[in-house]
Design a binder for this molecule. Structure first.
Ligand SMILES: NC(=O)c1ccc[n+]([C@@H]2O[C@H](COP(=O)([O-])OP(=O)(O)OC[C@H]3O[C@@H](n4cnc5c(N)ncnc54)[C@H](OP(=O)(O)O)[C@@H]3O)[C@@H](O)[C@H]2O)c1
Ligand SMILES: *[C@@H]1O[C@H](CO)[C@@H](O)[C@H](O)[C@H]1NC(C)=O
Length: 329
């Protein structure tokens, strides 16, 4: 029975994944009890993780503990990283550990990256541009364009290169912006909901850029775990990974909405929470929106097709972002 090592278990995605993986995998005859090791820095969750989530082993540490991560990756058949899509040394340590296993042994790396890679920066005026590139996860030529200058491209490149050398079966999932509530005891917001809050605190209002018609693709966190399980099934199914590394990349998303609509919905929630004085979002220029990932994302369009993910069974049937946020007020 393959062993799994999971990074990011206390995050918005990680927690959902762990809970789902136990509920769903328990039903599967092939994998009655995949032994899961979690690596986390939070010391207060051991009882929950052992007793409720049913993990087999807990290792405490942070992503900069390279030797510890190498040693752990060396001991596990499958490593799942839903902890960081930015941390290059973390991905390097995981790859190093997996590569230290015997050459003939099957080893798998499932990595969560992000669709922030696919921002079309030819336009940064916050407007919709119909000529913006539509990325296709079923087109290896598109996936070959992934490079370290992209938002999550550093770790992606490390992983794609490791997969090309042929010793590790690599699978990369690129979700767009994620909303929803965490499943476990840690109220994780996840990256996008967090940076909206931080930007609102910094500026004193919720911004959008220009006319705000640029496309924001976003998905509910509940759509992710079922798909990750399908990717895991795919990874476990064959003795050797099928296709090239570029044919093991999956873009997943949900509704496409104008950034202005997203910002307006966040403004209402953050106003209710007392974080900003106005329930209205405000149009600014990219410069006025200041530093960080959120202005960069808001300024441009992210458009993609999930053909490969859909072939594997990806579906998004969850409530949209605006409805989700209006329910959470
Ligand atoms: N949320 C989104 O909108 C979105 C969109 C696209 C891609 N992604 C990517 O998907 C992955 C999961 O996202 P998420 O929203 O679930 O993220 P998240 O809620 O921020 O969770 C990150 C997880 O990684 C852990 N972590 C972070 N830095 C660590 C460190 N130095 N040492 C040990 N643990 C550390 C966190 O632990 P603590 O609880 O201890 O902080 C947490 O468990 C990330 O790679 C993210 O970039 C997210
Ligand atoms: C965006 O908001 C406008 C104004 O409230 C609304 O008419 C439009 O339907 C919204 N678009 C989407 C895709 O939700």
């Amino acid at each position: 029975m393959p062993s799994i090592l999971l990074f990011g278990v206390t995050g918005l995605v990680g927690c959902k994944f762990l809970l789902a993986s136990h509920v769903v995998l328990a039903l599967k005859e092939e994998y009655p009890n995949l032994p899961v090791t979690v690596f986390l820095r939070n010391n207060a969750l051991d009882v929950y993780l052992y007793e409720t989530a049913g993990v087999q082993r807990i290792v405490h540490g942070t992503f900069d503990e390279r030797d510890k991560i190498i040693a752990l990756a060396k001991e596990h058949d499958v490593v799942i990283n839903v902890g960081s899509s930015w941390d290059v040394p973390l991905s390097e340590a995981i790859v190093e550990g997996l590569n230290q296993q015997p050459e003939t042994k099957k080893k798998t790396l499932m990595h969560m990256s992000g669709a922030g890679n696919f921002v079309d920066k030819r336009w940064t005026d916050g407007a919709f541009h119909p000529e913006a590139k539509i990325w296709d996860d079923n087109n290896p030529e598109d996936m070959k364009l992934i490079n370290p200058s992209m938002l999550n491209g550093g770790p992606d490149t490390v992983i794609l290169n490791a997969g090309k050398r042929g010793k590790i079966g690599t699978y990369i999932v690129f979700p767009s912006g994620i909303y929803g509530e965490a499943a476990g005891p840690v109220p994780a917001l996840g990256v996008v909901q967090l940076i909206f809050r931080e930007k609102a605190k910094e500026l004193g209002f919720v911004p959008y850029i220009g006319e705000g018609s640029a496309i924001f693709n976003c998905l509910h966190v509940n759509a992710i775990a079922p798909f990750m399980l399908k990717v895991l099934d795919l990874a476990l199914q064959d003795d050797t990974p099928q296709g090239s590394v570029y044919e093991r990349c999956f873009l997943i998303g949900g509704e496409e909405i104008p950034w202005k609509n997203a910002s307006e919905a966040f403004a209402k929630v953050l106003h209710t929470e007392g974080l900003v004085p106005s329930p209205q979002a405000r149009s600014v220029t990219l410069e006025e929106a200041g530093e960080g990932e959120l202005p960069m994302l808001m300024a441009s369009n992210v458009m993609f097709a999930s053909r490969r993910a859909e072939k594997l069974g990806y579906k998004h049937n969850e409530v949209g972002l605006v409805e989700f946020l209006s329910q959470s007020r």
